[in-house]
Write a protein that binds this ligand. Structure first.
Ligand SMILES: *Cc1c(COP(=O)(O)O)cnc(C)c1O
Length: 238
């Protein structure tokens, strides 16, 4: 017997497409639930995207945004001053940009050398909350990437923890996009082990920033607490 929808009854197949945002949120939540993990934060990577694209995502409920280039971020922040957004820097930090980062960002995810501490602390005003800091680890030891070696984490962590204008929150890495998923997974595991070691040594460590559009579910399964997503939210970058 054949059933037909009566006229004017919405057919499930014709319901409006879920937004990219809703779909990413659902995938993150599902991965976190099956990992038995605490809720995972979704960081929207807005590099190269317009202020209006950020505004549109904020209108859907997104509050955490990340930029790679300080100048690009400052322009967007100025344009979006009326919104309550949290800004993360995820690109390498040059020493001469410490002042702008201390003044205009909530998180620095690419801290990788002790000499950044003094200028960051100097420019983080007493009216501001301490700058949240993640230590970036060059986990695959790639010459092209910034980040410290795993053996340097301990010393950097002690130095950040001693500064009252900075608040050490955890670790970040950009693992090599290795075609073999087993090797990618092994790298994520090494990061998670380093994170657990840091957590045992310092109070307030709660953030492991790992996972991008094409591997965030695997990263969550391996213990990531914050995923950084651009393409899956905004589409391909030019
Ligand atoms: C661009 C970028 C991302 C987002 O990458 P997608 O593949 O577009 O999700 C995440 N982290 C860092 C450090 C980036 O530079």
């Amino acid at each position: 017997m054949q059933y037909k929808n009566p006229p004017n009854t919405p057919d499930a197949r014709m319901s409006p497409p879920e937004s990219a945002y809703q779909s990413v949120l659902a995938r993150v939540a599902r991965a976190a639930a099956s990992a038995g993990a605490a809720p995972v934060s979704l960081l929207a990577v807005s590099k190269t995207r317009s202020g209006s694209a950020v505004r549109a995502l904020h209108a859907q409920g997104q509050r955490l945004f990340a930029e790679n280039y300080v100048q690009e971020a400052l322009a967007k922040q100025a344009e979006l001053r009326d919104l309550d957004l949290e800004w993360h820097l995820i690109g390498p930090l040059q020493s001469n940009k410490c002042r702008e980062v201390a003044r205009h960002f909530d998180w620095l995810q690419t801290f990788d050398r002790v000499k950044l501490i003094a200028p960051l602390a100097l420019h983080r005003t007493p009216q501001q909350a301490p700058l949240n800091v993640l230590i970036q680890v060059n986990i695959d030891d790639e010459a092209s990437k910034s980040g410290c070696s795993p053996s340097a984490i301990g010393e950097l962590a002690v130095a950040v923890a001693a500064c009252d204008r900075l608040r050490l929150r955890g670790l970040m890495a950009i693992p090599k996009a290795h075609p073999d998923p087993a090797l990618r997974r092994a790298t994520l595991r090494r990061m998670h082990a380093l994170f657990e070691t840091l957590r045992a040594a310092h109070a307030g460590i709660d953030t492991l920033s790992l996972g991008m559009s094409d591997d965030f579910e695997m990263a969550i399964a391996e213990g990531s607490t914050m995923v950084r997503i651009g393409t899956a939210l905004f589409g391909r970058r030019d």
